[in-house]
Design a protein around this ligand. Structure first.
Ligand code: ARG
Ligand code: ZN
Length: 876
């Protein structure tokens, strides 16, 4: 059963306002709803409300109780016929939060004795709470009353402004909330339980006094300070960068350990996976801090890109998610380093989105159809969607982009919009026709951009020929050409950038410029070029494509040394490492790319004045396994892993044990546990140096790692040491460190997730036994998504040789766990099953094994729609 974009119809009914009353309890909650309904036409069609798993107690129309003949209840709908064009419908239903293991709708976080109640409604969780038009283009004014036992649920929260509270009989109390901003049902939220609060006043740029409240359970409230600071930075940043101000008296953010995704932007009441809210130096790595800041920004920015202007339908999901990811990426880049953030974001895109776009689950940024919308919260919708906004922003330039977003927010405030609406506003503000870019939203698959160049000494011309090609993807056999902006520079052999004058132009236009490839192929001719230059193409990753440009190792090494574009400098190293990987994988003993890669990095490493330690750390890492897998087809994960190891080994040898030891010692001496950017950069480099050192002098590196583990001032240092000890240490060392780590952090769920994950990611013949032992650990549970991701997600996605074991035992293990998990939590099961993506590109033996396990999974009786959708599309 597929929902199609082309079938979109506006709702035949509106809901002007809704009043909700919750009589909350853990086992059973009663929900009263009063909907003010208005038919869109004078001759109303039957009203069909969404609802799932609701126990109907009573229905009233305009105050009169409806008998069983007055309505019809179907599996997922309530139908009422012959309604007047405007009427009030009241319903009372019972729901069961404690039994809700899917974590969608109203559910319990933690234990029945101590936990709290909360909701998750996006995309279609509200229909698990009450009968409603559960679609994003139905915007309604909400008035909410919560009632509960005052001792068990002292804190009662819902979105909007608090308008009253008081006591009831029998120790119960109530609290009322009104949200002045009409919103779709997916942005509704409530929270009830024992929570502590960290509070801070904030004045918006346009003068509104706001209270910022961060909520967590008592043992975690002390870890909310960093997030509170990040929230204020995000609010200021959005005021300055986009002119967006917050719009309620209070902004609540709540942390829960039980959450299917990262976080949720419910209006006025954000709910966060604790992983993205709680942070302190003893338990959180530097990367963890940056993730908290990024997600805080992301959810806050949704208040405008998502909430004030929402999506017409779920096909437009990237309208809010792609745009908001772009906004959070820009925010993080402004808070830290532009170049590093770009490197991280592109690396993520290549690790997560490129494989998705190349496999059976490939779909456009704006899908044309879906069977289960929760399966489309993907890297394509989020990360590729962000790249599309980035291209549009670059195309129109910063001033026009700001005018365009202002226009978009003003024009669509309080309503539900489409991707076309955003492109129209940006285009109007810039006086540019952006409609050609709509093709990017409709077409799946990563375009391949091939570049070939030659120099003509006689004419002093340099000719660049660009061509694009996108391979067919499931359901899209024919691909169209896309507009591809290619930012470039040309380097002379001495590292100088050359002035760029295209044939027909009177003067050179700077040393960097953007060419737009709009056809299948085009030639660009540069004049006044004396000798063959070195092209630096797709600078800053100006389009989400795979660049194919054969370059001599020496040219890449020069870019690695000299390119001023931090991203392309890193990219030159990745290109060299990929070339070296291909040669290593093909069995070559010596190859130019490897020598150039290790040589250039050796030279950079030896430069004591190389000031950017964090960039150096990134330069010293070859591409991830999931990127390298795409370079050989079919592939054997053992062979890919072995070739990548040879690369790292060669790099470590080229740098040399004594240089690595010396650098480690110097960085170690500088370490004081500070959290400023230089300290974080030092730790990042130190971690990489320790890992490389262990490859060439394991005993010395292990001794250093043991000392570092024992003395670590924070989690970054402790974890870096632990990882090295787990990979290179003997059984006693491994056991001792893990025991010490658990003794220290056993009561901290997020750190225990790390304890599980670092073990699940270690490759080796006994890797599967390790995973089995972790699954049998008393602290493991399928009921907690973070724990599931820590063990099973890490195993299936990060530990490629273990998951893809030649005997199929890794597949069997995952399938058995998926079958059990699907009974409890279909969303998390469906996300985990995507680890099978790419199975068809495996060498024949593994391919057959993976397929038969997927088929067995498909044949499981009672599979959820979520998991069935993933498995069926994976097999199609
Ligand atoms: N809108 C949330 C975000 O900030 C994601 C929520 C998705 N939840 C889900 N069950 N599909 O990205
Ligand atoms: Zn989002």
């Amino acid at each position: 059963l597929k929902i199609r974009l082309s079938d979109y119809q506006p709702s035949a009914w509106r809901i002007a306002s809704v009043e909700l009353v919750f009589d909350l309890d853990i086992a059973s909650t009663e929900v009263y709803a009063r909907l003010e309904l208005e038919s869109a036409s004078a001759t109303p069609t039957p009203l069909r409300l969404d609802g799932e798993g609701l126990e109907l107690i009573e229905l009233r129309l305009n105050g009169k109780r409806l008998g069983p003949l007055g309505y019809r209840v179907e599996a997922h709908a309530l139908e009422l016929s012959d309604l007047p064009a405007s009427c009030a419908l009241e319903s009372r239903v019972r729901i069961r939060p404690q039994a809700n293991t899917a974590l969608e709708g109203l559910y319990l976080s933690g234990s029945a004795e101590r936990g709290f109640l909360l909701t998750q409604c996006e995309a279609q969780g509200f229909r698990h709470i009450t009968w409603f038009l559960d679609r994003p283009d139905v915007l309604t004014r909400y008035s909410v009353e919560l009632r509960a036992d005052a001792a068990r649920f002292p804190v009662l929260l819902a979105g909007g402004n608090a308008v009253g509270s008081g006591m009831l009989a029998e120790g119960r109390h109530w609290a009322r909330f009104e949200d002045p901003h009409p919103k779709p049902s997916y942005l509704f939220a409530l929270v009830a339980g024992r929570l502590e609060c960290l509070s801070q006043p904030y004045i918006t740029a346009d003068g509104r006094a706001v209270t910022l409240n961060l909520w967590a359970e008592a043992d975690a409230i002390g870890q909310c300070h960093y997030a509170l600071g990040a929230l204020q930075r995000a609010m200021r940043w959005d005021e300055r960068s986009y002119g967006r101000n917050y719009d309620l008296d209070v902004f609540h953010v709540v942390a829960t350990h039980d959450f299917n995704m990262g976080a949720m932007e419910n209006k006025g009441l954000n709910i966060f996976n604790a992983k993205y809210l709680l942070a302190d130096a003893d338990t959180t790595t530097d990367e963890g801090f940056r993730a908290v800041e990024g997600v805080i920004g992301h959810e806050y920015f949704h208040n405008w890109s998502g909430n004030r202007v929402t999506c017409r339908d779920w096909f437009q999901l990237s309208l809010k998610e792609g745009f908001t990811v772009f906004r959070d990426q820009s925010f993080s880049a402004d808070m830290h380093s532009q170049a590093l953030k770009r490197i991280e974001d592109v690396a993520t895109l290549r690790r997560m989105q490129f494989p998705e776009d190349a496999g059976p689950l490939a779909h456009p940024v704006r899908p044309a159809e879906y069977a289960e919308i929760n399966n489309f919260y993907t890297a394509t919708v989020y990360e590729k969607g962000a790249e599309l906004i980035r291209m549009l922003a670059a195309r129109v330039g910063p001033q026009a982009f700001r005018r365009g977003t202002d226009l978009y927010f003003a024009r669509h405030d309080g309503s539900a919009a489409t991707v076309e609406d955003l492109l129209a506003a940006l285009g109007e503000a810039a006086a540019v026709d952006l409609t050609p870019y709509l093709a990017w939203y409709a077409q799946a698959g990563t375009p391949r951009l091939s570049a070939r160049c030659h120099h003509e000494p006689a004419t002093r011309r340099y000719v660049l020929r660009l061509a694009q090609h996108t391979a067919p993807t499931p359901g899209q056999a024919v691909k169209h050409t896309l507009p591809i902006p290619v930012k470039l520079a040309l380097f002379a052999r001495d590292g100088r950038m050359l002035p760029l004058r295209l044939a027909g132009e009177a003067d050179a236009v700077g040393v960097e410029r953007v060419l737009e490839l709009t056809d299948a192929a085009a030639e660009f001719v540069f004049e006044d070029i004396d000798e063959a230059p070195i092209p630096s193409l797709l600078r800053g990753f100006s389009a989400p494509v795979i660049l194919e440009c054969a370059m001599p190792p020496g040219d890449l090494a020069l870019l690695l040394q000299h390119d001023a574009d931090g991203f392309n400098r890193w990219e030159a190293g990745q290109h060299l490492a990929s070339d070296a990987f291909r040669a290593a994988h093909a069995g070559a003993a010596q190859y130019a790319a490897l020598a150039a890669w290790t040589g250039a990095l050796g030279a950079l490493f030896a430069q004591t004045d190389f000031s950017d330690a964090a960039l150096l750390a990134e330069l010293l890492a070859p591409p991830a396994i999931s990127e390298l897998e795409a370079l050989v087809e079919p592939h054997d994960p053992d062979a890919v892993d072995a070739a990548r190891r040879r690369l790292e080994q060669a790099l470590a040898q080229a740098l040399g044990a004594s240089a690595l030891a010396a650098r480690y010692t110097a960085l170690h001496a500088a370490e004081q546990g500070a959290h400023d950017a230089p300290a974080q950069a030092r730790r990042r480099l130190k971690r990489r140096v320790l890992e490389l050192w262990a490859l060439v002098d394991a005993p010395a590196a292990l001794a250093a790692a043991e000392a570092q583990f024992a003395q670590a001032a924070g989690m970054s240092e402790r974890l870096a040491a632990l990882r090295v000890l787990l990979r290179h240490g003997d059984a006693g060392m491994r056991h001792g460190t893990l025991t010490a780590f658990r003794a220290r952090h056993g009561q901290q769920p997020l750190v225990m997730d790390t304890w599980f994950a670092v073990q699940a990611e270690v490759a080796g013949v006994d890797a599967l036994d390790t995973v089995r032992a972790l699954l049998a650990d008393a602290a493991f549970t399928l009921r907690n998504p973070n724990r599931v991701r820590a063990v099973l997600g890490t195993f299936a996605r990060q530990n490629r040789t273990a998951f893809h074991r030649a005997d199929g035992a890794g597949y069997a293990l995952l399938v058995a766990q998926l079958q059990a998990l699907d009974q409890l939590n279909p969303q998390t099961a469906a996300a985990l099953a995507q680890a099978f993506n790419g199975w068809a590109r495996l060498e024949p033996k593994r391919r057959a094994l993976a397929e038969s396990h997927l088929r067995a999974l498909a044949a499981t009786p009672g599979l959820s729609r979520n998991l069935a959708d993933i498995v069926q599309r994976s097999l199609a």
